[in-house]
Design a protein around this ligand. Structure first.
Ligand SMILES: NC(=O)c1ccc[n+]([C@@H]2O[C@H](COP(=O)([O-])OP(=O)(O)OC[C@H]3O[C@@H](n4cnc5c(N)ncnc54)[C@H](OP(=O)(O)O)[C@@H]3O)[C@@H](O)[C@H]2O)c1
Length: 330
């Protein structure tokens, strides 16, 4: 495992963070607490020291499982916990709420569920576009100055929204989607973060499993699994994305003897991203983590990747389908 310092903070994070959305069950077809805790243990055993969660992942379930796992592992001060705020829910419906009142209630709920006195990285999960982001920025600045949170991040923000936020508050990290199939941040967000001295911590490195090397045309999704609504998993797109994945897998194997999962995560790191999140919910899914480090991609490989993507998926579709409603629907 490699580690990086998060600029403007005293935090040193593993370059792979464990993502625990699937562990919460909601939109991933259910949860299994014992396996989830074993997954967190497996990630930590591989050197992962940063665990990403959010209140909305299972409406508290993911944070509670993370809290129990960290208590069982011990050494809270050696681990970094990142969680989020501003997604509210009512009767199972999720909507954005960036009010000061909501954030102050959420932070208390997160501290309790995570069984901790502080949060290492606190993200605005999605910008509350109708309210604007200044109110949330001022609220997070207060929590930062009080020592309740040790770093401030935003997720799914545009450069303009980050600019407004940064006028009111320190801003250390940005969490947008980024993987071989979803490269939207190359058109502005990545450059803005680099110029502003912010640390990128991207999500979806395996594109919800499309780049895991295990996804098939036959795989079906049950219950509330978000992949039932993910445009990439529908016909005829899934076939195109899997054709690209098969060629990328062959490239990874012949050039470096690596799995597609490790190759895909390495590619994100090679593109200048300091920290990427690996989502998983079984200990076995953590096995390829070690394969990501100790090598790098040459320019010919990066160019071969671009060639495969241009040929197989010339018309890409982004991660926008995940965006929750923007209004104050409560
Ligand atoms: N800030 C945001 O708005 C936001 C949005 C999305 C995600 N995130 C964060 O980023 C994390 C990761 O994103 P993600 O979970 O959407 O996607 P991801 O990391 O691209 O994909 C995770 C999925 O890939 C599959 N997988 C992982 N390792 C595997 C392996 N070794 N072999 C086979 N399959 C494997 C699993 O699917 P199966 O469950 O099918 O096995 C897993 O649930 C989340 O957990 C969350 O912490 C943040």
């Amino acid at each position: 495992m490699d580690y990086v310092r998060i600029a403007g903070t005293g935090l040193r994070a593993s370059r792979i963070a464990l993502g625990t959305w699937a562990i919460g069950g909601w939109m991933w077809g259910g949860t299994d607490e014992e396996r989830s805790i074993a997954t967190i243990r497996a990630a930590v055993a591989q050197g992962v020291n940063l665990i990403d969660t959010a209140p909305v992942y299972g409406f508290g379930a993911s944070e509670e499982i993370v809290g129990r796992a960290v208590a069982a592992i011990g050494g809270r001060e050696k681990l970094l916990l990142s969680t989020k705020c501003t997604l509210d829910w009512k009767d199972g419906r999720v909507f954005r709420n960036g009010s000061r009142e909501r954030i102050l209630r959420e932070v208390e709920d997160s501290l309790r569920r995570l069984k901790t006195d502080w949060i290492d990285i606190y993200f605005i999960h999605w910008p509350d576009c109708r309210r604007g982001v200044a109110e949330a920025a001022k609220t997070l600045r207060g929590l930062y100055e009080a020592g309740t949170i040790r770093a401030i991040g935003v997720s799914n923000f545009t450069p303009d929204q980050m600019r407004v936020f940064a006028e009111e508050s320190p801003l250390h990290l940005c969490q947008p989607p980024y993987n071989l199939f979803e490269r939207g941040i190359e058109n502005g967000v990545q450059g803005w973060c680099e110029r502003s001295g912010m640390t990128l911590m991207t999500y979806g490195a395996l594109c919800r499993g499309l780049l895991s090397g295990r996804m098939t045309m036959e795989r079906t999704f049950s219950g509330d699994d978000l992949r039932q609504a993910d445009p990439k998993f529908q016909a005829p797109r899934r076939a195109r994305y899997l054709a690209a994945a098969a060629r990328l897998s062959e490239l990874a194997r012949t050039r470096y003897g690596k799995s597609l999962a490790a190759f895909s995560v390495r590619w994100v790191l090679e593109r200048g991203v300091p920290i990427t999140i690996w989502g998983g919910r079984t200990p076995e899914q953590m096995a390829p983590l070690a394969e990501v480090f100790g090598w790098s991609m040459d320019l010919a490989t990066l160019s071969a990747v671009d060639g495969i993507l241009a040929e197989e998926v010339p018309e890409t579709v982004g991660a926008e389908f995940m965006a929750p409603p923007t209004g104050l629907e409560a």
